[in-house]
Design a protein around this ligand. Structure first.
Ligand code: AMP
Length: 427
């Protein structure tokens, strides 16, 4: 069938069969963020274009090539948000959050939009969950945030991750770092790609991020950013490293790690997975001490991260055990049409008690119903026919071991509540 109006390139439908993984990621994130006392914030999906141009930076790939920008009927230039930090910084200022509390610990969750070349793990509409700790300049805040990220993925059941760390300096030492890079690269620039040539004058640090194989060869002996950091940045970075070590988190320092957004200062970090292929970055973040002032507010330190939900789900789908544990479906099978009304009542009672229950009224033969129970991955099937009606009992079949137990009709809830494979989904 050729569809008349297919999906726009780089977008996709997320179907119900995938949804348990999304819920697992979102639920885990909410519970971990709550343990660290972060609160949710929701901002609009579109903002004034200038917020991103000024916030993320004119010379970045996002602003230059990737934004979905349009003019509305009132001639306003608007952009579908490509990331969450600039909108949160705007909301922080607009709602005077800094006046209410010395520190705002916020998290968000939702779709982002970037006009990138689609491939596995890279979409034009993708989903991010992110956190921002605004108002705290202590290196402990950076270390705590990185530790929270690692804790979060551990809790989700994602392993095989590595943390990479760097410091990209501040407004004081950045010009020194850039000048050293320029001196080092200057004579080789003519051999490097157009993007690197452009970045050389606009934002030389971004040259370190270029994936072009030829450009990479000219960076092998590049001077370490670390050597040009000012005392303040150098001390801050040493403390972050010390605290992360104290928490026992494995990490590497990558002196060439920079991020694709201009607002980063000092700490920059990434968490990558060996299970993701080419698009292996799962989570990225860092400190952005200049952004809020840059947007017209007072000087305010801040640190945050965002991770890709699509990519977390990609990893989790390989680990289907997580899903099995969550899908504790109970299937109720009335045998014969005359038993359907009592089963209808039983299903209602079980659902109100918090169990996840399925019943199919279209057929009442046992063979079909057991097949359906299997197909849906039910852990137990409750069978109720004429014989059970006579004795006021039900048969509970364990769909994994095939073992069958007969119990009084009124004991169904207490039976299911004492078996781990059938506990209510709310527990
Ligand atoms: P960034 O906002 O670029 O620092 O990205 C943070 C995380 O968002 C990345 O590590 C990815 O997991 C995810 N991400 C970024 N861009 C995309 C995309 N186009 N498609 C899917 N996930 C993305």
């Amino acid at each position: 069938m050729s569809l008349k109006y297919p999906l726009p390139r780089g977008t996709r439908d997320i179907l119900p069969e995938e949804m348990p993984f999304w819920h697992h990621v979102e639920d885990t994130a909410r519970s971990i963020f709550s343990a660290y006392n972060y609160q949710e914030i929701r901002t609009p999906i579109f903002e004034l274009t200038e917020l991103f141009e000024r916030g993320i930076g004119d010379g970045t790939d996002i602003v230059e090539k990737e934004m979905y920008t349009f003019t509305d009927k009132g001639e306003r230039r608007l952009t579908l948000r490509p990331e969450g930090t600039a909108p949160i910084a705007r909301a922080y200022l607009q709602n005077g959050l800094g006046k209410k509390e010395p520190q705002s610990k916020l998290y968000y969750c939702g779709p982002m939009f970037r006009y990138e070349r689609p491939q596995a793990g890279r979409y034009r509409q993708f989903y991010q969950i992110g956190v921002e700790n605004i108002g705290n300049e202590h290196p402990f805040a950076d270390a705590e945030l990185i530790s929270m990220g690692v804790h979060l993925f551990d809790e989700m059941g994602i392993s095989g991750l590595s943390v990479t760390l760097n410091s990209v300096g501040c407004l004081v030492c950045r010009p020194v770092i850039e000048e050293r890079l320029k001196q080092f690269l200057g004579s080789n620039l003519k051999h490097m790609c157009d993007d690197c040539n452009r970045r050389f004058s606009v934002n030389p640090l971004r040259i370190l991020d270029c994936k072009n194989a030829t450009c990479k060869t000219y960076r092998t002996a590049i001077p370490d950013i670390q050597e040009s950091l000012c005392h303040g940045c150098s001390d801050h970075f040493s403390s972050v490293v010390e605290y992360i070590e104290a928490l026992g988190i494995p990490f590497q320092i990558n002196p060439q790690l920079v991020r694709g957004l201009d607002y980063y200062t000092r700490t920059a970090f990434e968490i990558v997975s060996d299970q993701l292929g080419a698009q292996n970055a799962l989570c990225g973040g860092g400190r952005y001490d200049g952004l809020i002032q840059h947007l017209g507010g007072p000087a305010t330190p801040a640190v945050g991260f965002a991770f890709g939900v699509d990519r977390a789900v990609m990893i989790l789908k390989e680990l289907s055990d997580i899903l099995k544990q969550k899908n504790k479906l109970i299937y109720v099978a009335p045998i014969g049409a005359s038993q359907q009304p009592r089963c209808f009542y039983l299903v209602d009672t079980l659902r109100r008690a918090g169990f996840k229950v399925e019943i199919d009224y279209s057929k009442d033969d046992i063979k079909y119903q057991l097949k359906q129970a299997n197909k849906l991955g039910a852990t137990r099937c409750i069978i109720y026919g004429d014989r059970e009606f006579e004795s006021d009992t039900v048969i509970i079949k364990n769909m994994v071991t095939t073992e069958q137990t007969t119990i009084p009709f009124d004991n169904v809830i207490s039976f299911l509540s004492t078996h781990a494979d059938t506990l209510p989904h709310t527990s």
